[in-house]
Design a protein around this ligand. Structure first.
Ligand code: NAD
Length: 254
């Protein structure tokens, strides 16, 4: 039976955990070969081993996506291994502990925006060099409800809003030329980003203020909900859709 991503090659950043790992599982089950990117080699090797152990095609490229040279290398390695890049999932990201502007210093701002925002510019540019030659591709950026509604720390909200701006801008450049670019905006989703230990480091006053602007009584979405939304944009199911953002939050921001 034909699968949704048969014969496709996908790069997934932040592929060793959370939403990225679930996306890698679903993509390979749907027939894709995957190139997983994360900073930590050990965790990456483990996930790649799990996938190849199930007979799927997967490689890991340890890299820091906030570094432009690393991003160029990711694209090169993907093409060296699989000959082409059909799908790019810009998923790697870090949280900003819900720090508002008055409690965010410049180093922290640069760290968060470097990983959440610059990475999307660097890696998408590197990958487009190859996608343009094929005249085909689907790019999916993982933003956040924080990027849509401002309901997170300043550096996270700003970087995730920038991701939405880039999504629409890239979509305009390639509209009708076979390359699409869309984004998902997850709501709270249980992952390493928001474990009780991670949340203990949040700016509690501002985190509460943000939560007051949402309906926190609705159940959280899970990593599978996010990965399925990414799959929709990656596959031909969405072949006429570009420049769009899909909020996946069970309605907590309505
Ligand atoms: P996670 O911590 O499990 O995954 C983040 C991944 O990004 C990890 O694999 C990590 O190694 C990787 N990463 C971080 N910095 C990197 C760098 N410099 N270079 C390469 N890889 C790097 O958390 P997650 O929730 O699965 O996060 C995935 C994406 O979803 C992030 O962009 C996050 O902002 C977004 N998101 C998550 C939530 C949520 O509630 N979990 C909500 C909205 C948006």
């Amino acid at each position: 039976m034909k699968k949704l991503l048969d014969g496709q090659t996908a790069i997934i950043t932040g592929g060793s955990s959370g939403i990225g790992k679930k996306t890698a599982e679903i993509f390979t089950e749907e027939g894709a070969s995957v190139v997983l990117v994360a900073r930590g080699k050990e965790k990456l090797d483990k996930v790649v081993g799990e996938l190849t152990g199930r007979g799927f095609k997967a490689i890991g490229v340890p890299a820091d996506v906030s570094c432009e040279d690393d991003c160029k290398n990711i694209a090169k390695e993907a093409v060296k291994e699989f000959g082409k890049i059909d799908i790019l999932v810009n998923n790697a990201g870090i949280a900003d502990k819900h720090r508002p502007i008055t409690r965010t210093d410049t180093d922290f701002w640069r760290q968060v925006t470097g990983i959440n925002q610059d990475s999307v510019f660097f890696l998408t540019k590197a990958v487009l060099e190859y996608m343009e030659k094929e005249g085909k591709g689907s790019i999916i950026n993982v933003s956040s409800i924080g990027g849509v509604f401002g309901s997170a720390g300043i550096s996270y909200s700003a970087s995730k809003s920038a991701v939405l701006g880039m999504t629409k801008n890239i979509a305009i450049q390639f509209a009708g030329k076979g390359i699409r670019c869309n984004a998902i905006a997850p709501g709270p989703t249980p992952t390493a980003l928001n474990t009780p230990e991670a949340m203990a480091t949040f700016d509690t006053e501002f985190a509460k203020k943000c939560a007051d602007h949402m309906d926190m009584s609705v159940p959280e979405a899970d990593v599978e909900d996010q990965a399925n939304a990414i799959l929709y944009f990656a596959s031909d199911m969405s072949k006429a859709v570009t420049g769009q953002v899909l909020v996946v939050d069970n309605g907590c921001t309505l």
